[in-house]
Design a protein around this ligand. Structure first.
Ligand code: 5AD
Ligand code: SF4
Length: 439
């Protein structure tokens, strides 16, 4: 039996897609290798969101050349967003790559592997307006048996001016809700206790079926009802359509986690307009206030970009101000990276020097570090229900899990079992972790 080894880079959606890829290939008679050693094909699922993500993959591909020299017949394929963005060009530039396969055509992977088996090259990069892989039961790769991703929609058509995703992942399309609920139920029956519903923009989820149209709030309600012991998370929401009806549904189900990832990108209205984000700072703050009104204990996290085209010191200060006002529990913080084909690349000069982008980014990182630590200090003395995930990376004597707010909690081992809920009292913290003991 020939075997494939899958390596995944990038967002949660890529990790979910790799599990679909494993299912497609297993169904076609391939084995999924545990490591590179016994693989006939290495599939690298890639991210194109920033240049450094692409450079990491290119570095990896070049590194694998040594292994290919020792093992004739080992083929490398590139999946995901880089495959879609660069297509054939990628196989010319990295000549040890045998095939590329875009995110909407993973069903064609068995045929692709067959084609390249004798040394030929092949590319499949068509985008689809309908593919959701709804009928494919993912093979859970590197799973802890407790939490799993469920992909609920694909694509994005918001066209934020900096972003390559609409070009690499195509039009928005939503998956049949019955198949989503079915997948959640199967996972629960197998002992899973947490699912994360994934989409580039989950709150534009909309599926028109025989029983009418199901939107994201209705879908959340359906999944939350699978079992009160199944935690439900979701990512990512766009602030422009974070509705009160979603917040109402969340508030009415204790098993929907108190955590919303709400990428802001910038704290300046001028930048938000240039980015085509379709909301203002005032709108965003109103949504934050609504979240806290419905769920006072909800954590809020974000994404932010430093040094976008034309960003002035004043715009940058506005971002810092916004961070001080919202007080995020966590933030993914990036330097702007110009991407070929986007509106910004075609029409807006990338005019902030790299050193200046770095300075601004570092200021945001430093501020956010302080805020996260202060937020965590407020948690000392509180009690949380923690879903136990496993041994702490630092010590076998301690376990870790997460609370509903998605904060990592480390605590004494005692008799707690992974996959169960335990109450933990927080008695110390760092900026990234809560430390506590079982009650
Ligand atoms: N440069 C830097 N960051 C980007 N993101 C998306 N495109 C770019 C880019 N060109 C960030 C946004 C988005 C997150 C997934 O990646 O913050 O929310
Ligand atoms: Fe990119 Fe904007 Fe779509 Fe997010 S919403 S994937 S940032 S275009």
């Amino acid at each position: 039996m020939e075997k494939v080894y899958i390596e995944t880079y990038g967002c949660q959606m890529n990790f979910a897609d790799s599990e679909v890829v494993a299912a497609v290939l297993r169904e076609a008679g391939y084995g999924v290798a545990e490591g590179l050693e016994d693989a006939d094909y290495v599939l690298i699922n890639t991210c194109a969101i920033r240049d450094n993500a692409e450079q990491r993959v290119r570095h990896r591909v070049r590194e694998l050349r040594a292994l290919q020299n020792r093992r004739q017949g080992l083929r490398i394929g590139i999946l995901g967003c880089m495959a879609e963005r660069l297509q054939q060009r990628l196989m010319t530039e990295e000549d040890n790559v045998s095939f590329v396969c875009g995110p909407d055509v993973y069903r064609r992977l068995p045929a692709l592997l067959g084609e390249v088996a004798d040394g030929r090259k092949a590319a499949e990069v068509e985008l689809s307006t309908t593919e959701t892989y709804a009928d494919i039961e993912p093979v859970r790769l590197a799973s802890n048996g407790i939490s799993a991703y469920i992909s609920i929609m694909r694509g994005c058509q918001n066209y934020c001016t900096y972003c390559v995703v609409p070009y690499t992942r195509g039009r928005e399309r939503s998956r049949d809700p019955q198949t989503i609920v079915g997948e959640a139920r199967t996972l629960f029956e197998r002992g899973y206790r947490e699912v994360t519903l994934l989409g580039q923009n989950v709150n534009s989820y909309s599926f028109a079926g025989a029983a009418g149209t199901v939107g994201f709030p209705e879908l959340m309600d359906m999944v939350a009802k699978v079992d009160p012991r199944l935690r439900v998370r979701f990512a990512t929401s766009h602030p422009k359509d974070l509705s009160d009806s979603l917040l109402e549904v969340m508030a009415s189900h204790p098993n929907i986690c108190r955590c919303i990832h709400l990428p802001v990108q910038s704290g300046s209205n001028r930048m938000l307009k240039a980015m085509n984000r379709k909301y203002t700072v005032e709108w965003y703050l109103d949504r934050v206030e609504a979240i806290r009104r419905y769920m006072p204990d909800c954590s809020i996290t974000t994404d932010v970009i430093a040094g976008f085209c034309g960003e002035t010191e004043e715009d940058h200060q506005a971002t810092l101000d916004l961070f001080r006002r919202v007080r995020y529990d966590y933030a993914y913080m990036f330097k702007y990276s110009e991407r070929e084909g986007t509106y910004a690349q075609r029409h807006m000069p990338d005019d902030i020097a790299d050193a200046e982008k770095t300075r601004r980014l570092n200021e945001i990182i430093a501020l956010q570090g302080e805020i996260a630590l202060e937020n965590n200090r407020q948690e000392v003395g509180r009690e949380y229900e923690v879903l136990v995930e496993g041994e702490s990376h630092r010590s076998k004597e301690r376990l870790f899990g997460r609370n509903s707010q998605n904060k990592v909690v480390v605590f004494d081992r005692a008799d707690a079992q992974p996959g169960t809920y335990r109450r933990v009292r927080v008695d110390d913290c760092t900026a990234a972790t809560l430390l506590g003991r079982l009650v």
